[in-house]
Write a protein that binds this ligand. Structure first.
Ligand code: SAM
Length: 250
């Protein structure tokens, strides 16, 4: 149940500086910023984040994707979102441990990843502003096999509209699953959505180096679920969808 979850009223209400402390700066060097009697909310308002999250991993599970993306895209802030409390705590403890292990390095390793407990089917636009993200990962979403459970899938026409809102034109939704039916479901919903075009596989498979290829390679090999599928010699279905420019008003 997610009754205990709290949602920010808007992205500006998020404590980004708390999630990415190495990327936070004091807004003003004022007397107030040294005032220990400030409430948490008041002291938060004095800190700003120097850049925005640009990659979201929806239903990040145990965070394998985050930990693999972190060193590969060190200048990008990456956020994992996960609904299960214990799993979110595991990921956040691991991030804290990795940060302190690397605390002496100048590279600020693992300061670019964070995890947040949330039901991403609700209020995604409360977390991110319009066009904020360049990549959204949907890795091995729960398949919810039964017909009457399909509404629990994290892809639907409505959710595709929310992903389109937070994704910038040119940005990409990356999907992977070992369940053929779910793959076809995701492809169906994104393909019929006017804000998305499927990315041709030549762009992410085969020879050559690019960020998109690197992200797909990591997505195929580094998530916990992906590793499980690998061990069981299962098949992995990948599909990418590019956010297109909004059509001009008639
Ligand atoms: N992406 C990870 C991977 O590839 O290893 C985890 C895959 S696991 C099968 C699906 C994850 O999505 C679970 O950890 C589950 O708790 C999470 N999840 C399901 N529905 C969610 C929701 N509405 N909001 C956030 N997380 C959700």
């Amino acid at each position: 149940s997610d009754h205990s979850l709290v949602y920010p009223k808007s992205p500006a209400d998020m404590d980004w500086a708390g999630l990415y402390p190495a990327h936070a700066v004091k807004k003003h060097e004022t007397k107030a910023s040294h005032d220990l009697s400030l409430s948490e909310e008041e002291s938060r308002a004095l800190k700003a984040i120097t850049k925005n999250v640009e990659i979201a991993d929806i239903g990040c599970g145990f965070g394998g994707l985050l930990f693999a993306l972190a060193p590969r895209f060190p200048d990008t802030l990456i956020l994992g979102m996960e609904i299960r409390i214990s799993v979110t705590e595991y990921v956040s403890d691991k991030i804290r441990a990795l940060r302190s292990q690397h605390a002496t390095s100048a590279a600020q390793d693992y300061q670019n990843i964070a995890v947040l407990r949330a039901n991403t089917m609700k209020f995604l636009p409360n977390f991110f502003t319009r066009s904020q993200l360049h990549s959204i990962f949907l890795c091995f979403p729960d398949p919810h096999f039964k017909q009457r459970k399909h509404k629990a899938r994290i892809v639907s026409y409505t959710l595709a509209s929310e992903y389109a809102y937070v994704l910038r034109p040119g940005g990409i939704v990356y999907t992977i699953t070992d369940v053929r039916d779910l793959h076809e479901w995701m492809v169906g919903h994104f393909e019929k959505h006017a804000s998305f075009l499927r990315v041709a596989s030549e762009e992410y498979d085969g020879e050559g180096e690019s960020d998109v290829r690197e992200r797909v390679r990591i997505m195929r090999t580094e998530t916990e679920e992906g590793k499980k599928v690998e061990r069981n010699k299962g098949e992995k279905f990948v599909a990418l969808f590019r956010r297109v420019e909004d059509p001009p008003w008639p």
